[in-house]
Design a binder for this molecule. Structure first.
Ligand code: ADP
Ligand code: MG
Length: 881
């Protein structure tokens, strides 16, 4: 390029346009400027025309774009149009010429690159002033000042009278351009084994604004620029990259980053016809976890998923399967969820503890991602996992604090209990099994943003739940005290990073976050204050040491409380930054409709969430209670629970045979790991290669994870099975048979039609595993067995042994409702016979007479007491309220 003069370059582009883009330019001329303002040039075309010119475009995009646009202006057009402001936008760079987002380095500055990823955040589109016309209030002269990026520039003096204003910006005479800021995050399928995705901000202008939505997979081509970190006095020597976007194109392809070779295909087809393909698949999921064959098979079916059906009337039925694992702690649930990332073509893993500010669905927030005033739309986990699987661990986390917690609102300090009580007066109330949620709350609180600044945000919902039996009290060095549920996550500052840890895992000496309300004073006690800190994430907050942690009985605290602050999911209370949960009500909509609508403050968007959810949760009181129907022990709202196609429950009960095998399995896994480590770290080893091979083989996945990912992607793309008559019959019979058990006048309804759709989806997935285009009877039988065993676990009334859909979908079984009525009725009957109240032993005796055993009756009495429907006026006597 050094030799070529400017005009030669312009000529060269003109020739290129004539050879390659004549039609496009003529079309542009016709549509210009209202419908079209850019000529989109494929870089590969330019390369074909002149490789040197194309390479120069990568190295010096700004100049070359100017020459190209000059050539466009000079282009001979049949009609009389000037393409004066038309852009030339280059796209489609070869992958070899572009770094991954994580590999962008200083050497890439000012060059043209292409970044692929998923749009994580997008601001709304706003006009940006490019050239401001200042009108002098004294003489009326206009002084024009071009506005480059950065601060708004005012003129030094009037160009007419040379006085220093005052000026007024004349909008009609100024030039504005639409502008938008996007954040693009590395695509989940490009990441291996749970790497944290990195992101790049892209600034776009004019005709390419407003074209993409959070959740879209895109290729963004543009020039890498630098932006200094920090602001005002606190400028840092470290810079951030951002991209000045030249073009942003949506990638339609489902799994763009997977390259499935012909050999892969042959191998996949060969595997698909093996007799034992299902066993092989099961053996390829989390091999270090022993057992769970059925859960693993269900996970396989979920990965393959059913077929999304477009109905003739325009509606659609989802093909994605949602599945929930509920179980005692330490039973391997988290391990299994985490493994999904190795084999799912596209997956997003989050833990309920995780701090993605958009949470699970989406958030529209005023964010410092824009200019602080602009609204930003941010995609949450279910959107980022579009066309893939979202693994959400600890779905049920309760993040609550006691009622006396003092929240900093924008109108002063208020107790959270009072906030919730007042919200209940005008807000819309949703009653939950264990409490209530109130929406349409009129309240703004102080909160910590992603960048560690304190901001004010509206509260979108407040919550009140029954308190769990135990709470945790945390005291910080400055004497502030907070009582929370044990799983409530605290922010902790460790290794210069903000992490989250549940209250029950905190230790004395950990440092939690607090707002610095006073001007930060530098101390030499090792405590970083905001002012000293070079960490931009600590702008208005500082770490505070925890000096005391105590488990306390929740007696005296009937309820615990929580606020939902959209976008940040925390609020400031008791001198700390307090985490909170998100409102899950948006979630079941997202799971069923597979889209999330956001309409708020000028943002009207529909985000796609066509994904499967694999959730894990612990039982409400830590462990399962064999006397309670399982539905009552899950801390999720029934509307959400009913969206799951399969719910597995895992109890951890001693079983000699199983324990022996489990121990053997874990020991083998560890031994194989030890051998592998020794082979790598030690020069001589007294174990033969053969033995090492043999040991590792036992814990290796049967099908290699990389191949399995390709297998699943291939099946989802190429295989769309439909039911055979035999398969339909098997499912119909199973369903009708189950329903028939509910025809007795007094019997609970066993299963609902939702289950029927689940059965269809599952059997389609089963056919896909074989790459079959038809769902056979054996597919239907396979899934009937899975569904039957799930229902056995969860849908069975523990008293009658019958299936009962109410247990899952309404949260209480029929017999349980009867029983509660019974025992309360019993107590009030007996009460009438005894002046001092109903003696407990008589109640138990009568309960026994009507066929309720003693422990169950005691349990029910406890519950009535908890609910305040029965009280104990003196020891061992009861009264109803
Ligand atoms: P959960 O999420 O259910 O509380 P985790 O997945 O954290 O449990 O498991 C706790 C530990 O116990 C892990 O190290 C896991 O490997 C081990 N573990 C639990 N169940 C099994 C099992 N069935 N096979 C092998 N390891 C297991
Ligand atoms: Mg876990």
């Amino acid at each position: 390029m050094a030799q070529a003069g400017n005009s030669e370059l312009v000529d060269s582009f003109e020739q290129f346009f004539r050879n390659y883009y004549d039609n496009e330019i003529k079309q542009l001329a016709q549509q210009y400027p209202n419908e079209q303002r850019s000529l989109h040039v494929d870089w590969q075309d330019l390369y074909r025309y002149d490789p040197n010119l194309a390479d120069d475009f990568l190295a010096q995009p700004e100049q070359l774009q100017r020459y190209a646009e000059e050539a466009l202006r000079l282009y001979d057009l049949p009609i009389d149009v000037s393409l004066g402001q038309a852009h030339v936008r280059v796209r489609n760079l070869p992958e070899t010429e572009s770094p991954e987002i994580r590999d962008i380095r200083a050497r890439d500055m000012n060059s043209l690159v292409q970044a692929r990823g998923i749009v994580r955040k997008a601001t709304d589109v706003r006009p940006k002033i490019e050239e401001a016309a200042f009108e002098c209030q004294l003489c009326g002269t206009l002084t024009r000042v071009p506005q480059s990026s950065g601060d708004f520039q005012e003129p030094h003096e009037c160009q007419g009278c040379e006085r220093q204003g005052p000026f007024r910006v004349n909008f009609d005479q100024s030039e504005f351009v639409d502008s938008q800021k996007l954040r693009i995050q590395e695509s989940p399928e490009g990441l291996r084994g749970g790497e944290t995705p990195q992101s790049l901000d892209v600034h776009v202008e004019d005709d390419i604004t407003g074209e993409v939505t959070p959740g879209d997979h895109v290729s963004a081509t543009g020039v890498l620029r630098l932006e200094q970190q920090g602001d005002g006095q606190d400028k840092s020597p470290v810079f951030d990259f951002y991209m000045e976007g030249m073009s942003v194109d949506i990638d339609e392809e489902q799994f763009e980053d997977m390259d499935i070779t012909d050999e892969d295909k042959a191998e996949i087809v060969r595997l698909s016809s093996s007799e034992d393909i299902y066993e092989q698949m099961v053996g390829s999921i989390a091999p270090s976890i022993y057992g769970y064959e059925q859960e693993k098979l269900a996970m396989i079916l979920q990965l393959f998923s059913g077929v999304t059906k477009q109905l003739p009337d325009g509606s659609r039925i989802r093909g994605d399967l949602h599945m929930l694992l509920i179980g005692d702690p330490g039973t391997g649930k988290s391990q299994m969820l985490g493994y999904i990332q190795n084999i799912a073509p596209r997956s997003v893993y989050t833990s309920g503890k995780g701090s993605s500010s958009a949470g699970l669905t989406a958030a529209a927030v005023r964010d410092d991602f824009g200019d602080g005033q602009q609204w930003t739309l941010e995609a949450g986990a279910l959107v980022l996992a579009d066309q893939g699987i979202a693994a959400v661990d600890e779905l049920d986390k309760m993040r609550c604090v006691t009622g006396d917690t003092v929240v900093q609102t924008c109108d002063g300090n208020r107790q959270i209990r009072e906030i919730v009580r007042e919200a209940g007066v005008n807000g819309s109330i949703e009653d939950l099994q264990n409490g209530r949620t109130i929406r349409d709350v009129d309240l703004t609180v102080r909160t910590m943003t992603d960048s560690g600044a304190i901001a004010e945000r509206p509260v979108t919902a407040v919550h009140e739940y029954e308190a769990p039996p135990e709470l945790i009290e945390v005291v910080t060095e400055d004497g502030n005290r907070l009582r929370s549920t044990p799983d409530h996550p605290f922010f902790v500052y460790e290794n210069d990073e903000i992490a989250e840890r549940s209250a029950e895992t905190l230790k004395v000496g950990d440092r939690t976050l607090a707002p610095c309300d006073r001007p930060a004073v530098a101390t030499d006690g090792g405590v970083v204050t905001a002012e000293q800190s070079t960490d931009p994430s600590l702008r208005d907050i500082e770490p505070k040491e925890i000096v005391e942690i105590q488990r306390i009985d929740s007696k005296g605290w009937n309820y615990v409380y929580d606020l939902t602050v959209e976008g940040t999911h925390n609020f400031i209370a008791n001198g700390m930054v307090v985490h909170n949960s998100e409102d899950r009500s948006a979630m079941h909509e997202a799971l069923e409709q597979q889209k999330i609508s956001v309409s708020k403050a000028g943002i009207n968007a529909t985000l796609k969430s066509r994904c499967s959810l694999l959730g894990a949760a612990n039982p409400k009181y830590g462990r399962f209670d064999q006397y309670e129907p399982i539905g009552e022990q899950i801390d999720l709202e029934p509307a959400l629970i009913s969206r799951f196609d399969l719910i597995f429950t895992v109890t951890d009960q001693p079983d000699e045979e199983k324990d022996k095998n489990l121990a053997e399995h874990i020991l083998t896994t560890n031994y194989a790991g030890e051998l592998t480590t020794q082979r790598e770290e030690m020069t001589s080893l007294d174990v033969s290669e053969g033995e090492i091979e043999e040991m590792t083989e036992q814990v290796d996945p049967v099908i290699d994870a990389e191949l399995l990912r390709k297998y699943i992607a291939y099946a989802k793309q190429n295989c769309h099975p439909r039911m055979t008559e035999e398969a339909r019959e098997t499912i119909r019979d199973f369903y009708v048979d189950l329903r028939a058990k509910g025809t007795d006048e007094d019997a609970p309804v066993p299963v609902t039609a939702r289950k029927l759709e689940a059965l269809v989806r599952l059997s389609e997935a089963s056919a896909r595993v074989r790459l079959s285009d038809t769902v056979e009877q054996r597919d239907a039988e396979r899934v009937v067995e899975i569904v039957r065993s799930c229902l056995q676990d969860i849908g069975v009334d523990p008293e009658t042994g019958e299936f009962d859909a109410d247990i899952v979908e309404a949260g209480t079984s029929k017999s349980q409702r009867d029983r509660i009525k019974n025992i309360k009725g019993l107590i009030s009957d007996i009460e009438e016979e005894y002046d001092e109240g109903a003696p407990v032993d008589i109640v138990l005796e009568r309960a026994d007479e009507i066929g309720m055993d003693e422990s169950k009756a005691e349990h029910e009495i406890d519950k009535l007491k908890q609910k305040g429907e029965v009280y104990e006026p003196s020891t061992d006597t009861l009264r109803t309220t």
